[in-house]
Write a protein that binds this ligand. Structure first.
Ligand SMILES: Cc1cc2nc3c(=O)[nH]c(=O)nc-3n(C[C@H](O)[C@H](O)[C@H](O)COP(=O)(O)OP(=O)(O)OC[C@H]3O[C@@H](n4cnc5c(N)ncnc54)[C@H](O)[C@@H]3O)c2cc1C
Length: 420
């Protein structure tokens, strides 16, 4: 199918939050959409994450101090941010490109692009929830960053000032003495907190399942356990996809394959520099004194997500390849990290231990746009630590690019062409 021909069918590869969002916007445009996944719907990195939709997270990982943190982690196997020393030219090139971008000007530039897509995504989520009434534990409590020490408070105050002056993101500052009234689950004696009221939280597995179900009822077809193995090309376009369940054809193909996307580089004849950034979570029954607010503890780099029927601690960033283990010490570390802050940092009933590979790009920006040398193929991947937060605007942008509508945000910074 040539680029100019009318579009009928679209195939989305990958049913994480990004694939689901792309399917939604394409379906809304009247296209016939099929989503395939090598596993089950929403079972990748989109399953057990912290569930924050956080416009306050405009600052990219490529910040001035990041590279020294990464270097120190080579010698600290238990660091929450860890690069496992191993021979991998792709990883070392990724690290080199990442390191080149860890300076103030680049941080602000990436932050502005992130802010555009974060803000748009939140607006799109609000519309989605209003229109579909999806049950996903949508909670408008903001996000509370809690600091244990006065040094931590002073350091975070600098970040907060940057967020306000450069991005207009406003927080309310609370001193230590005010905290237990604000959040009775916190221990007395903490230094203080910053509350970002514009952030939202949801329960990720509920959002994936209920959104996919809603789409199925609206005519989107989901095919689980269907792995894309390779593809056939004719005249600069994909003519068919070879999958574990046979050959499939579509007019357009969207690859929303998360951290596994780099494996498609050769097949798509396109550079996709994504490394898996492995994180962990542990989900428990709700402790007796369960937090009211979703919280982050920046000094220990752990996130707390209270759900209606559970409670999750999540964190870590390991560059260790496609490693699938869940070591006991990492789960223990999550629990220990929450201990200085919470009266009841965990509950007895452990429901799930989980890992996910975040799709990490070296410039902290997602990759959204047409594959350079293939007329009918699009990438929607590389959402780093923000896939949930960025999903809806990504889906909308994919629809706009695919249908040649005017994009609602500038797509240039997200284009796959930046890696040519
Ligand atoms: C601990 C932790 C906490 C996090 N917290 C947050 C948060 O609070 N807020 C936030 O915004 N983000 C958060 N994230 C990041 C977020 O989870 C990811 O950015 C997001 O899930 C990426 O979504 P995705 O759809 O691109 O990838 P995935 O969910 O991994 O989906 C990709 C899908 O593609 C499928 N696939 C891959 N290759 C093929 C193939 N060849 N054939 C068929 N199917 C294929 C996979 O099976 C998978 O289902 C967190 C991540 C972690 C690890």
């Amino acid at each position: 199918m040539s680029e100019g021909a009318a579009i009928d069918d679209v195939l989305v590869v990958g049913s994480g939050i990004i694939g689901i969002a792309c399917a939604h916007y394409l379906n809304q445009a009247g296209l016939k959409v099929t989503v395939i996944d090598r596993a089950t719907i929403g079972s990748g990195c989109s399953h057990g994450n912290c569930g924050y939709i956080c416009p306050s997270h405009v600052l990219p990982l490529t910040e001035p101090g990041a590279i020294s943190t990464a270097f120190k982690s080579l010698f600290q196997p238990r660091s929450p941010f860890r690069v496992q020393p191993r021979f991998s030219p792709a990883l070392w090139n990724w690290m080199w490109q990442f390191a080149r971008r860890c300076h103030h000007a680049q941080m602000l530039s990436a932050g502005r692009h992130l802010q555009a897509i974060l803000d748009s995504s939140l607006q799109e989520y609000r519309r989605l929830i209003a229109e579909t009434a999806l049950e996903c534990e949508w909670t408008e409590n903001g996000l509370l960053y809690v600091l244990q020490t006065s040094h931590g408070m002073a350091e975070f105050a600098k970040t907060d000032r940057l967020l306000t002056t450069e991005f207009g993101v406003q927080a309310r500052r609370f001193e230590g003495s005010e905290l237990t009234t604000l959040e009775p689950a916190l221990k007395p004696g903490l230094a203080g907190a910053f509350h970002y009221p514009g952030d939202i939280s949801i329960r990720p597995d509920l959002l994936n399942a209920n959104w996919a179900q809603w789409l199925q009822q609206s005519g989107v077809k989901f095919v689980e356990n269907c792995e894309l193995v390779s593809l056939r090309r004719t005249a600069g376009a994909i003519s068919s996809l070879l999958t574990s369940q046979g050959e499939l054809r579509a007019d357009r193909v969207v690859f929303a394959t998360g951290a596994l996307s780099a494996r498609l580089s050769e097949t798509l004849n396109c550079r996709i520099p994504i490394e898996p950034g492995k994180g962990y979570s542990v989900t428990m029954t709700r402790p007796r004194i369960c937090p009211r607010y979703p919280m982050l503890f920046p000094e220990h780099r752990v996130g707390v997500s209270p759900f209606k029927t559970g409670y999750r601690l999540g964190s870590m960033m390991e560059f260790a390849g496609f490693n699938t283990s869940i070591p006991d010490h990492r789960i223990q570390q999550l629990r220990d990290s929450a201990r200085p802050y919470l009266l009841e940092p965990f509950a007895d009933g452990e429901l799930e231990r989980w890992y996910g590979w975040r799709p990490m790009t070296w410039d902290s920006l997602p990759i959204i746009g047409r594959v350079p040398r293939l007329a009918n193929a699009y990438l929607a991947t590389g959402h780093n630590m923000l896939g949930v937060s960025l999903a809806t605007a990504t889906g909308r942008l994919i629809r706009e690019l695919l249908l040649k509508e005017t994009p609602h945000i500038d797509p240039v910074a997200f284009s796959p062409n930046r890696f040519l």
